[in-house]
Each structure stands twice: as C-alpha cells, then as structure tokens.
Design a protein around this ligand. Structure first.
Ligand SMILES: Cc1ncc(COP(=O)(O)O)c(C=O)c1O
Length: 401
C-alpha cells in the first residue's frame, strides 16, 4: 500500500485520538526508518523512547523469533523462564527487589499506586506528584499527571493526588500529612521538558519519606534501562526508591511495563491483589532480556554518556548561529534543547528534510536517540536540524512582516 492508501484506512477505521503526521512508516533499521513511498528518515525519537537500541536490533529480533517459535504466550498461571530472567536483570542492575510485569507505562503506574496504598498503613492513600509530570492516560496515572491538557474533560479523577512544583522540597513538605502514602516523580521529567532535578532534591525526598513513613516512587518509564548513561535514572543521585515503574525500553521495543519494589514492599502484592493476563509474557520478556544483554555486551551505558557530550557540543555550535537556542539539558540519550520560540515549525521542517525529532512543552526540542546511533548519524541529523531552523525562522519572519 502507498501512503495515501494507508492514510485512507485510518480516516475510515481508526479513532482520531492522535495528532498524527501524514507519513506511513513501513520499515526501520537502527536509527533509520523508511515510509511507504520509500523516503528515508533519520530517527532521533525512535518509538517515543521505546526503541532504545534503535529499530529492529538483530539480537532482539533473533530472540523474538526464537521465543515465538517455542512459546508465544503463556499466562501467569505458570512459571516462565524469560520473565524470571528479566526480573533478575532489573534487580541486579538496580536496587535488588522484585518485579511485577504489565503491558505499558500507565499500567506500571497503576500498579505502583495500588502497591503504595497497600504497603502503607490503612488511612494512607494520598500521593504527591510534580507539576509538569507525565505518568500516563489511565485514571490513576492521569490523576497523578499534573498537566491540565492531559486531564481536561475527564473529571472526576481519582482522589488523593497533590501536585507541587518539581525541584521544590519545601513545597512537598507543606502538603504531606499522615494520610500521605508516597511521593511519585520522574528522576528526570520527560514530557515536561527534560527537566533535571536540582542537586540534593532526590535525596531530600528520600529523607522526608523515611521520616514520615511514606514510600518513594520513581517513574523510570522514560529514564530507565540505560537511557541516561546509568541503568536507572536515580543512580545518578544514589537514591534508592521503594518502587520503580518501568516501560518503554524495558521490552526491547515490544509492549511491556513493570514495577520493581523492595522485597518488603513487593510482598504486599499478594495473590489475587493485582494481575495482568498478558503481563510479562514470554515474547516481550525475552525481547527485554536481549536488550539488557546488548547494553552490557556493547558497553552502551558509557556510549550513552559519549552521545550526550557529542550532542551537547553540536547544540553549542548551533547556538552560535541561532539566537533562539537558549540551552541544552538532559543525560545520556535523553536530551532537551530549550528554545525561546515555538519549536513545532522546526520539527515539521526537519521531517520534510528527513529527520524526526520531537517538541514538548512547545519550546523544548526533545531527542531520545538510540544508544546505537553513530556520530556520523548525529552529524547528519544536526545538519538537517540547522537547515530546518533556518527555514522555519525564515517562514516565521515572513509570516510576521
Ligand atoms: C515518564 C512516563 N511515565 C508514564 C508514561 C506512560 O507510558 P505508556 O504510554 O506506555 O502508558 C510515559 C509515556 O510517555 C512516560 O513518559
């Protein structure tokens, strides 16, 4: 089918809840994707962060092929080796603990909220979350998300969520009380603009939780599994959560979510208290194991930090040409470029020229490139980005004159 035929199918049969770009993608390899008309794009935002090793990494594809031929799905009535192995990878590269598997980030957050309520004494049900957070679209995750655009039209939401500014420890202290079960946040905010917390903030939250009998919950859906140059985002600050939520990369590009919790917390999810029929099935957990293997085998944590530095250098070069670039921030392959102008026009121009990037909060260009991206691909992408910036600003100037 060509692009138009695929678009027509969507027009007729698929609900229009996404602001889709009129491009139909049919193939991917590493940091490259091709559309139905054969056009090639560099992908600096593969799968919204799900494809951490790029598209169709051969080791992951092989693991999926092998697993699919042996046992495609098996429910959680029985034990399955890949799920146990993936839980071991998460525990041994993280803070120990035990995992529960589901299918998405929002479901992982739901599980984390349920566990926080269940593992704290009766009467504790409130959760403090951060302004500009994003935790997903189900009712619990949406209630945790402090962005009006995500919540609009769906009231009443789940009770018990208090939202405070990210990075402000006093604001958290002011809202917690004896009914607070926990504090939930992303160690680096993604959708909120790639916001890195101030030094000492995560450890101050840890201390507050310990003092007040609350749990610390990290949403590592975007920061997890090596993206930031450490296995998990919280390891930069040496702060251990009680519960960590994972999704996106954890399934190696297949749909998988998880929570990992300290054993004494995890044990509150007793049989019958929570479940997911597809959660942690053999196919997706085999893909997740393959992904962890490659990150370790190819020393990609160190490479993520190299990419970070290389990209920051590229942004500095662009800054000297474009005065609307204010700063860059992020860690590893999670990078935000702060602009003083709306970035959506730049994203559109870049795509026309064969580069996919994202814009969040209107003024932050966001990149979640694969850990396998090469410096040559970064060079090519930034050349396209520079051209797109020139064109977008020309167009904007023409529009205002
Ligand atoms: C930090 C964070 N948490 C949760 C989610 C929700 O994940 P999903 O879309 O898999 O439900 C996202 C998705 O972007 C996310 O970035």
């Amino acid at each position: 089918m060509n692009t138009q035929e695929i678009l027509d199918l969507f027009d007729k049969y698929v609900i229009g809840n996404y602001g889709r770009t009129p491009v139909a993608i049919v193939r991917g390899e590493g940091s490259t994707i091709w559309d139905a008309d054969g056009k090639r794009y560099l992908d600096f935002f593969p799968g919204w962060g799900c494809s951490l090793l790029g598209h169709c990494h051969p080791h992951i594809v092989e693991a999926i092929r092998e697993q699919a031929g042996m046992l495609l799905h098996m429910d959680n009535t029985f034990y399955i080796e890949p799920q146990g192995k993936l839980a071991e990878w998460i525990a041994t590269r993280g803070f120990g603990g035990k995992s529960f598997f589901c299918n998405s980030g929002a479901e992982a957050i739901e599980a984390a909220i349920k566990l926080a309520r269940k593992a704290t004494p009766e009467g504790r049900y409130k959760i403090v979350t951060m302004e500009k957070s994003f935790h997903g679209r189900t009712f619990g995750a949406m209630s945790a998300t402090a962005q009006a655009k995500t919540r609009a039209g769906f009231a009443p939401l789940l009770a018990g969520f208090e939202h405070v500014p990210f990075g402000d420890i006093d604001a958290v202290k002011n809202v917690v009380d004896d009914e607070t079960a926990g504090i939930l946040l992303e160690p680096i905010q993604g959708e909120g603009g790639v916001n890195v917390p101030p030094d000492g903030y995560l450890s101050a939250l840890r201390e507050l939780c310990d003092d007040r009998g609350m749990l610390l919950l990290f949403d590592e859906v975007q920061t997890g599994c090596g993206r930031t140059g450490k296995w998990f985002g919280h390891q930069h600050d040496d702060v251990v959560p009680d519960i960590m939520a994972l999704a996106k990369a954890v399934g190696g590009g297949t749909s998988l979510g998880a929570i990992c919790a300290k054993p004494e917390v995890a044990d509150h999810l007793t049989p019958g208290s929570h479940a997911s029929t597809y959660g942690g099935n053999p196919l997706v957990t085999a893909a997740g194991v393959a992904m962890f293997e490659i990150i370790e085998r190819d020393n990609l944590l160190a490479r993520a930090t190299e990419i970070e530095q290389y990209v920051f250098g590229k942004v500095e070069q662009l800054k000297s040409r474009f005065s609307f670039i204010e700063s860059s921030r992020g860690r590893g392959v999670m990078i935000g470029i702060q602009l003083s102008i709306d970035g959506t026009g730049i994203v559109g121009e870049a795509l026309k020229r064969g580069l996919r990037v994202n814009c969040t909060q209107q003024t932050v260009l966001r990149m979640l490139p694969a850990m396998t991206i090469t410096n040559e691909q970064i060079d090519e992408g930034f050349q396209i980005l520079a051209d797109a910036m020139s064109e977008a600003t020309k167009t904007a100037e023409a529009g205002t004159s």
